[in-house]
Every structure is written in C-alpha cells, then in structure tokens.
Write a protein that binds this ligand. Structure first.
Ligand SMILES: *[C@@H]1O[C@H](CO)[C@@H](O)[C@H](O)[C@H]1NC(C)=O
Ligand SMILES: *[C@@H]1O[C@H](CO)[C@@H](O)[C@H](O)[C@H]1NC(C)=O
Ligand SMILES: *[C@@H]1O[C@H](CO)[C@@H](O)[C@H](O)[C@H]1NC(C)=O
Length: 364
C-alpha cells in the first residue's frame, strides 16, 4: 500500500516547531549528523501560522496569508494563544475584539462564515499547519511520516500540552515527546553534549519576550525559572521621508549609522524592559549572573545589534548566536526527534525533566 520509501527510510520522526506566528519542521540526518530544516517548494524554511477557510478549500501557511486581505474574517492566526486554554467569557470578548475573525463561546472556537457557518477549534487550526509541514517533510524525504517530536512554550500547562498533542494527532502524527522551546534552543547549540550547568535562553519573537533559566543535571535540562514581558519594537519609518526630502540620497553607510542611532533611541525603554525578566529569573533561580555558563538567543528580534550588545554587556560575555534565531527551536526539536528515532546513542535519550510547579513571572 505505502510505496513511498526512499533512501531516507531511516528517518521516521520529524521535529515540529508550532509557533505563534511561524512554524517549521526539521529532521536529523543520522548519516551526516546534521539537521535539515525543510523548505517548501519556494525554498522558505518557515510557514506563517495562518489558516484560511473558503467555500471550497482550507489553506494553510503562505496561501492562507495571501487571502488575509480578501477573506479576513475566515483567516485565523495566533491560534496558539488559544490552544488548550480556558477563558472567562469577558476575556474572550476582549480577545475577539483584537482580531478580524470571531472567537466564539463557550470555548475559544473560531467562527467561520463561508456560505455556511461553523466553528473550528484552535487545535484544528494547529492540525492544518502540522499537516502542511508533515506533507512538506514527506515530499522532501520521499517517505511517509507518522511520528513527531513537538515543542511548546515552557509555560504551557498540561492541558495546553495535551491540546497541542491533539492537534498533531489530528494531523495523523503520533507525538513521541513534547519538549520546551528553550530546551530545544539550548540543544540547537549542542549544550546537551557539553559541560555546562546554567543556560539562560532569551526568546524575543513577535511581540513577546520570554526568558528562561535552564539547569542541566546529569545530562538533563530542568527549567528553573521563567519570566516574560510584552515588548513593541519601533521602526523609524519616517526616516525614509526625511531622506528623500533632502533631495539627494546620503551615502549608504551614513544612512545606516543614523538609522541605527535613531532606532536605538526610539527603543531605549525596550532595551531596559529586556533586563527586568533577566534579573527576575536570576533572582528566582538563586543565581549570580556570573554563574550563567551560556546565553542562547532565539527569535528574529534578537538579531538587533543593540539587544546583543545589551546582553553581552550585562553578562560580560558573548551570547550564543551562530544558529539562525528563527530556526533555533526547530533545530533543537529535530535533534530530539533524531534521539527518539534512535539515531543517537542511548545515554542522551532523555533530555528534559518536567517541572510541574513552575510559574512564570509576567511584567505586563
Ligand atoms: C457556496 O459557494 C460556492 C462557491 O462560491 C457556490 O458555488 C455555491 O453555489 C454556494 N452554495 C450555496 C448553497 O450558496
Ligand atoms: C492530559 O492527557 C493525559 C494523557 O492522556 C491525561 O491523563 C491527563 O488527564 C490530561 N490532562 C489534562 C489537564 O487535560
Ligand atoms: C556557544 O555554544 C558552544 C557549545 O556548543 C560553546 O562551545 C561556545 O563557546 C558558545 N559560546 C559562543 C559565544 O559561541
């Protein structure tokens, strides 16, 4: 029946990063020892976390985003913010008001109105994204895939984890392990293999900052503390107007210097907002900043040079930045998938100790 078997038949487990704004899928190649983040037909290594419903189709990823303008009420994004969560009706109403689509009652279900009206759950939205990634992996590897490791935010409770697993099940995937995103990021840097004790993970993606303090005990990571903040990065758009009104274009270098200085001034309060949760996790973890062995940066916004400098100056050492910050989590999940698939030696097969009693400090 299943004829799709190629020379990648050793790969049976994929690694999935189901992000709030973007998703990625990766695999570990036992032969080369390398992780491959799988690209779509157009070479893109992430797909937007959006699903759009029309009268005739359910589209996921870039195709869904293409419909966001013409079909806004039926194009769902940010579903991860709702998955497995129980909301008070008033809270749900406030949430619903933030989006062009309708978040219905009593559960956080999305109300779709094509030429008939129905509701879909956040885990169904997740499943369409996971299915899309499963297909991308199957196409690239030439094998059928039905097992996965998936990452979730460290703060996800058991219910949110269960519903994330349910999303994967709906996409025809058996989940072998759910791992925390900061742990995955640390693994992307190989920190499970080297002699480190305390790892600080700074994740600055879309609009949220998440700081986690990991502690490695006997080869396994334990989340010791976590804290978060909502941050808005302001881009000086008016600068373009300013430049053109001068009548001539300044040299590129000059332009870049001005832009960065202005950019940094505009975001000074943001940079201070980053240090508050860092200090909180250190205090809660009873750790001096000098005791942090490695600092891992995740999320596209950690590319901002001022943010890297801020971290470097605070800790007096360079953060780990060699892995693409948008792909660090999927890279780590793919490594864990390789371990679960038996491609790694057994002694590193269990890499995370669940910490059920941990609470996250939020600054906003
Ligand atoms: C639903 O939409 C499709 C596509 O636009 C259309 O062909 C069909 O007639 C519609 N059905 C009803 C019952 O309105
Ligand atoms: C999560 O799933 C497990 C295993 O199916 C189940 O035992 C547990 O009760 C679930 N917990 C919640 C909070 O849904
Ligand atoms: C990053 O992580 C590796 C461990 O894989 C370590 O050897 C390296 O020194 C780290 N630090 C920096 C700044 O790259």
């Amino acid at each position: 029946k299943n004829s799709a078997k190629g020379n990648n038949s050793t790969i049976t487990v994929i690694g999935l990063d189901l992000g709030t704004t973007f998703c990625s899928v990766g695999v570990f190649h036992p032969g080369s020892g390398e992780v491959e983040v799988i690209a779509d037909e157009e070479g893109r290594k992430s797909i937007p976390s959006a699903v759009s419903f029309t009268n005739t189709a359910v589209l996921a990823g870039h195709e869904a985003v293409d419909l966001a303008d013409t079909n806004p009420q039926n194009t769902i994004y940010d579903a991860k913010r709702f998955i497995g969560k129980i909301f008070e009706p008033e809270v749900l109403e406030t949430e619903s008001a933030r989006y062009p689509f309708k978040v219905g009652h009593p559960g956080a279900e999305f109300v779709i109105s094509t030429n008939h009206t129905f509701t879909v759950s956040p885990e169904f939205i997740g499943s369409r994204l996971l299915l899309k990634m499963r297909k991308m992996a199957e196409r690239q590897l030439g094998v059928l895939v039905n097992k996965a490791v998936i990452s979730v935010p460290a703060e996800f409770d058991e219910r949110q984890r269960n519903y994330t697993v349910r999303a994967a099940n709906l996409a025809g995937l058996e989940v072998l392990r759910v791992i925390n995103e900061p742990t995955a990021a640390a693994m992307a840097y190989g920190l499970h293999k080297v002699d480190v004790f305390n790892v600080l993970v700074v994740d600055l993606g879309g609009g949220t900052l998440d700081v986690s303090l990991l502690n490695k005990q006997g080869g396994m990571f334990l989340t010791r503390a976590m804290a978060g903040n909502v941050v808005t990065i302001r881009v000086p758009l008016h600068l373009h107007t300013l430049d053109s009104s001068e009548g001539s274009t300044p040299p590129v270098l000059f332009q870049a210097v001005i832009t960065r200085k202005l950019f940094e001034e505009l975001n000074e309060d943001l940079f201070q907002k980053i240090l508050a949760p860092v200090e909180t996790v250190l205090a809660e973890g009873h750790l001096e900043k000098e005791e942090v062995d490695e600092i891992v940066l995740v999320g596209g916004s950690t590319r901002i040079p001022r943010i890297r400098r801020l971290i470097r100056e605070y800790f007096g050492k360079d953060p780990n930045t060699s892995v693409d910050p948008d792909l660090a989590v999927v890279t780590g999940v793919a490594i864990q998938a390789g371990i679960m698939g038996g491609s790694w030696p057994l002694q590193v097969s269990a890499l995370e100790i669940p910490n059920r009693h941990l609470r996250k400090t939020n600054f906003s």
